[in-house]
Design a protein around this ligand. Structure first.
Ligand SMILES: [Mg+2]
Length: 265
């Protein structure tokens, strides 16, 4: 009887912990919830098609702009990561194993392994030939200015020099740099993969606030604002934790994110 009782206790204990063991086995993948996003970015034709679509729309907008008169020289403000520079390999590595940020991101930049986003270089060469000034406005930290400059030179992007590369500094929302460019230029297009590439208010907004902001500038999308797809990272991920003050464990974070899904009752 005693042996049977011990057996039952052990069996109940093992059964109760089984899901945890199962989860631990799956945890071989870091950030496993990004697996599908990384696969979509790296393997889908849909991703590539959306990139081409964005730059085709941008080119059409420039064709419409060329015939106009402006009191200031014309400029295009464009982001770098996931807008001009394809970091899918670096992003996918983060799914498989933990990465040390920013050290490994800087190593990735310096490796020269990144490729351009489909359609980006052709578009930039086109506007360069048409006499538009290009400003690369990135939120990469200032400490990686040199390797970023080297990277855009290696990718043979037009106007790749210090004057046209605007690093983050303390301007997290990018609005300060946009305002500065607007003082001297007529900015015809803003191109990016993150809503912060268009308006600073996106930086710390809640999910609802960001959606409302998007609706309030509905007429700008595909006209003055050209957006590229990025399911891996961006200020939208920060918005998932808007109003969350406590630090969440991995499992709590997963539950919190799942709780944000709207599902059929
Ligand atoms: Mg970006």
């Amino acid at each position: 009887m005693k042996k049977y009782l011990i057996f039952c206790v052990i069996a109940v204990f093992l059964l109760s912990t089984f899901p945890k063991y199962k989860l631990a086995a799956e945890d071989g993948l870091n950030e496993k919830e990004y697996l599908m996003a990384a696969l979509w970015q790296q393997t889908s034709s849909e991703y590539r098609a959306l990139c081409y679509q964005a730059f085709n729309v941008a080119r059409d907008r420039i064709h419409m702009d060329i015939i106009k008169e402006w009191p200031k020289p014309r400029a295009v403000i464009i982001d770098l990561d996931e807008t001009v520079i394809f970091n899918a390999k670096y992003n996918a590595t983060g799914v498989i194993r933990e990465q040390e940020y920013p050290k490994e991101f800087y190593e990735w930049i310096a490796s020269g392994d990144a490729t351009p986003i489909p359609g980006a270089v052709e578009f930039l060469e086109f506007i360069d030939e048409e006499g538009y000034t290009i400003f690369y406005v990135t939120n990469r930290r200032d400490e990686c200015t040199d390797i970023t400059l080297q990277q855009i030179l290696d990718l043979e992007l037009p106007q790749a020099n210090r004057e046209h590369l605007l690093m983050r500094g303390t301007d997290h929302t990018k609005q300060g740099r946009r305002d500065k460019v607007n003082e001297d230029y007529a900015v015809i297009l803003y191109i990016g993969d993150n809503c912060v590439d268009f308006l600073g208010d996106y930086y710390s907004g809640s999910i609802e606030e960001r959606k409302n902001l998007t609706d309030s500038v509905q007429a700008e999308w595909g006209r003055k604002f050209i957006i590229l797809p990025n399911p891996m990272h961006g200020s939208w991920k920060k918005a998932l934790y808007h109003g969350v003050v406590e630090r969440l464990s991995g499992e709590e974070s997963l539950k919190h994110k799942a709780s944000l899904l709207e599902v059929i009752e």
